[in-house]
Design a protein. Sequence first.
Length: 193
Amino acid sequence: MTSRPSRPAARRARRAAPNPDAVESHAIKEQGRPDKGSYAMILAFAAALRSTCLSRKVGCVIVRDSQVIATGYNGTPKGTWHPEEFPRPCPCVGGVSGADLSLKYCAHAEANALAQSAYRGSSTAGADIFCTNFPCIECVKLLISAGIRAIYYVHGYPDVSGLRDRYLSQAGIPSHAIAWSRIQPHLSALAKG
Ligand SMILES: [Zn+2]
Ligand SMILES: [Zn+2]
């Protein structure tokens, strides 16, 4: 005569055994799950949607210890006029990208994200920045001094100074391109609901 296992023992055995259905559906979901870099970049593009610039929409997020500590997009400073309200067209429109930044109404996304970090008291030392566009020379200067560890970007951005690559290599900050094709399937998946 075989003795049946006690109820608690049977319960423990059920808990220990993986549920094959659950494991399989988890694996299927994992295939469509963005890695951490893609996830941060999707958030950078979401931030760009909030841009008030009449020329180009740029966004970024700063990530430290796998947590987003700040987001940024290009636009006029917080609490000031919207570019559409200025008495003359913003020089961002029709101007040379990356040139004459002090004449333009907008602050860049990366500068705004660093300002937000300062405003909220979040250290950027050793953090990574994920940018829809490669940061300009002025933002690169700030990122270096703010202790940013690495730059991730999707689109390029002109460097009229010719100094950007030199500064980054002297500061030992690597830059990594993330292909749009790594992001786009996740956005399409969202559209399906
Ligand atoms: Zn602008
Ligand atoms: Zn910039």
